[in-house]
Design a protein around this ligand. Structure first.
Ligand code: URP
Ligand code: ZN
Ligand code: ZN
Length: 468
């Protein structure tokens, strides 16, 4: 007996169109869409009917940048795959792509096995993996080919964090050349980490130890310089595609826009924290600024307009969260008296879809662009489309019934991420997730969690659909 669910009466929004349509789900996939009241829709019957009248029906969000349980700064990101994917579902995200960490001197395979062990049987929603290359050498370059063949089709390199994840230009070039041959997508953390470390040392020596100096030493120009260098290296490697993660500076965005104007396959991602928060938050007193320490850092407010413009003009294509939560108590506090010891990262996997809907309400982007940057493009970018990221016959029934008029106040008291603060504490937003299906199975039903750890499955990914 097939399992059928009918979502009636909603406005279906995809990146391509908005239609008043009923959606029929069968055996975990979208079976058909038909106009409300049409003879086709009237003829449908199903075991479960969801009334979406007055609501949006949108594809589940695809968050292409998360760090569950990531070891960093002497501690671990506080969300496990269980808590983090549950929180993602609460916020209307039904797929995450998390970063496997390769430890220096160890094979990529070991990192991958560790990440599979962390995730398997624990996720509420589907998940895939990128690979962080911390150690580029003959052996790991060969491993890259194997990984692409088994669905890890993107590799993150770091121009920042010397002694941790950092790769020098030679290593970056070699990895890019390899990705150019095996079809992998190079993802870049573009900040000049060597220069930043000098400025960190100088700031600390001068007694500047508060969180706000994290923003001051990680200069916009050093993000722009690294972005420029990464683009040139990608050209030298044979014009290989390049995806710049967590773009926060207007000057870095200008480098991406310039490259795209020249016809290069350079892509840019930004994150809600850069669109909604600023160095004002980093400067909050009593060490509260530590809550906002992430890299690239928050920028002065003036950068936000450029990022919104970039999202509208498609110089930026994706909004991910870079969800990497550390509790204020006991984790962020590791950096009291020395901002360089504050674990870098912020929570947000639960907030992305709502904050971007707020951007629709505020007039920054259209409804379809909301779905494009949060669902469709990340799915295409990371080889998951059209299974994920859209609502069309044959697609996975990862569906969200979204109430565009509900009001909510974001707060650590009500969120579901395993972290003791909200970066958006007290912020009032319009719009809220009501019901979430993952492959047709309810995960959130009328604002109640009904999902299960272990429902989510690993998604081997294809190569980026912007590359073929
Ligand atoms: O501060 C951040 N972004 N932490 C996570 C690691 C990274 O660089 O993405
Ligand atoms: Zn990064
Ligand atoms: Zn990250």
């Amino acid at each position: 007996m097939s399992e059928r669910t009918l979502i009636r009466g909603g406005l279906v929004i995809t990146a391509a169109e908005e239609t008043h349509a009923d959606v029929l789900v069968e055996d975990g996939r979208v079976a058909a869409l038909a106009a409300h009241g049409s003879s086709a829709a009237e003829g449908w019957s199903a075991g479960r009917t969801i009334d979406a009248t007055g609501k949006y029906v949108i594809p589940g969000g695809v968050d292409g940048h998360t760090h569950m349980e990531m070891p960093f700064g002497g501690t671990f990101a506080s969300d496990t795959f269980e808590t983090g994917t549950r929180a993602a579902a609460w916020g209307g995200t039904t797929t995450v792509v998390d970063f496997v960490v390769q430890s220096v001197g160890r094979p990529l395979r070991e990192g991958l096995d560790t990440w599979h062990a962390k995730a398997e049987g624990n996720c509420a929603i589907d998940y895939g993996f990128h690979m962080i290359l911390s150690d580029v050498n003959d052996s790991t370059l060969k491993e890259m080919d194997l990984l692409v063949a088994e669905g890890i089709t993107s590799f993150k390199l770091f121009m920042a964090y010397p002694g941790v994840f950092y790769s020098d230009d030679g290593r970056i070039l070699r990895a890019m050349q390899r990705a150019g041959r095996n079809g992998g997508l190079t993802m870049m953390h573009a900040e000049n980490g060597i220069a930043i470390d000098v400025l960190v040392e100088q700031a600390l020596a001068a007694g500047r130890s508060d969180p706000r100096y994290h923003g001051e030493v990680r200069k916009a120009l050093l993000e722009a310089e690294a972005t420029h260098r990464a683009i040139q290296l990608a050209r030298v490697a044979g014009e290989v595609p390049l995806y710049i993660v967590h773009v926060s500076a207007e000057e870095a965005l200008a480098e991406i826009a310039g490259a795209r104007d020249r016809g290069l396959n350079v892509f840019g991602e930004t994150c809600p924290q850069y669109l909604f928060l600023s160095t004002d938050n980093l400067a909050e007193p009593d060490f509260e600024g530590a809550k906002y320490v992430c890299s690239t850092p928050l920028r002065p407010r003036e950068h936000q307009a450029a990022l919104w413009r970039g999202l509208r003009t498609n110089d930026l294509q994706v909004v991910s969260t870079d969800h990497c939560p550390f509790c204020f108590s006991g984790q962020k506090e590791l950096g009291r008296g020395d901002f360089s010891k504050i674990p870098n990262g912020m929570p947000g996997v639960e907030n992305r879809m709502d904050l971007l809907h707020q951007a629709v309400v505020d007039g920054h982007i259209s409804r379809r662009r909301w779905i494009e940057i949060a669902c469709a493009t990340p799915a295409r970018m990371f080889g998951l489309y059209p299974g994920k990221g859209t609502i069309a016959p044959g697609a996975d029934a990862d569906l969200v019934v979204y109430d565009p008029r509900a009001e909510q106040v974001l707060s650590a008291r009500t969120h579901h991420m395993n972290v003791d603060y909200s970066a958006y504490e007290g912020r009032r937003v319009t719009g809220r997730v009501e019901t979430v299906l993952s492959r047709g199975v309810p995960v959130i039903e009328d604002r109640a969690y009904v999902g299960q750890a272990g429902h989510g499955v690993y998604l081997p990914r294809g190569v980026s659909q912007y590359l073929n």
